[in-house]
Design a protein around this ligand. Structure first.
Ligand code: ZN
Length: 298
């Protein structure tokens, strides 16, 4: 962290024409946590590094797979599969752009002491996960420790529909829970034990393998969602304007729209958990759940 100089004069000239030297300095002071360094997170790593963010904490327990190669920014053709942890690819990408960026790698699931400890040190957090269960925990974490959350999701829920969204949880925005942005069944499944899920599968005849089936995922669609999220982060961190709280990208229509969510009143997370810090005891999720469910890839 000692050498925070950047690589050459003029590097941020064009940034500073948008948000000034103070804005650039605010970005340099930012320490951004990125949870999920997959198809969305890898774009975020690249863009935050180019923007001039000073420190990144990367949280992901997975390795690169062969089917990631269609969209993984910073994966080289000769990176071995298996054998290439995503947090190491992210660290390499940031370092190639600016070796002065401090990168902390956490090759763990979000539901771990290592991840929570590292994320507590961050000033801002990006959620780049593909499970509403992980989003639910990250939402509560960010409220408890009052970290602005930039939650990115890519989505292809049915044939012919593809795109994604950015939701920002900051100040009095309401949270992912009270704004109705999480699927209750996904959250419940995420927090359930294997035993409960197996029982349910037996009772309801659900093929659990089908639930985890991966949909389409394309580099340019992920890139749009990541760019929208990084732009809202840039606006918030530099203070040039307030961030949009909800942006929807419909790739199938070629449109981006902003949305207003009406938070439900008396949200437990916004009202009680918010600002509680350690006393919110978010570790209870992994003490009960053991090692947790993989974050998956987006
Ligand atoms: Zn809330």
């Amino acid at each position: 962290m000692a050498n925070r100089t950047t690589t050459g004069p003029g590097r941020f000239d064009r940034n500073e024409r948008l948000f000034g030297r103070e804005g650039q300095q605010a970005l340099r002071r930012a320490h951004v946590g990125i949870v999920g360094v997959g198809g969305l997170g890898t774009h975020v790593v690249q863009q935050l590094s180019l923007l001039g963010v000073g420190a990144l904490t990367l949280v992901d327990d997975e390795e690169l797979s062969g089917s990631n190669r269609n969209r993984y920014v910073g994966a080289w053709h000769n990176d071995p599969v298996p054998g290439s942890p995503k947090v190491e690819l992210g660290e390499r990408l940031a370092g190639l752009i600016d070796p002065a960026i401090a990168v902390i790698r956490v090759k763990n699931n979000l539901l771990s002491n290592a991840a929570f400890t590292a994320l507590r040190a961050c000033s801002h957090i990006f959620g780049c996960v593909d499970s509403d269960g992980a989003r639910f925990v990250l939402n509560e974490f960010c409220l408890a420790y009052e970290k602005p959350l930039f939650d990115l999701a890519s989505d292809a829920p049915e044939p012919g529909y593809y795109g994604g969204r950015v939701a920002v949880v900051i100040g009095d925005s309401g949270c992912l829970h009270c704004r109705g942005l999480l699927d209750d069944d996904d959250v419940r499944r995420f927090l359930s034990t294997e035993e409960i899920l197996d029982n349910e599968a037996a009772v309801y005849g659900i093929d659990r393998r089908a639930l985890g089936e991966a949909g389409p995922s394309v580099v340019s669609v992920n890139g749009v969602v990541a760019s929208l999220g990084v732009t809202e982060f840039m606006a918030a961190a530099t203070g040039i304007r307030a961030p949009q709280l909800h942006l929807d990208y419909r790739g199938d229509r070629g449109t981006v729209g902003s949305r207003t969510d009406d938070p439900a009143d008396d949200c437990y997370y916004c009202g009680i958990v918010r600002g509680q810090g350690d006393s919110a005891n978010i570790e209870r999720y992994f003490r009960r759940a053991g090692s947790g469910t993989p974050l998956g890839e987006s």
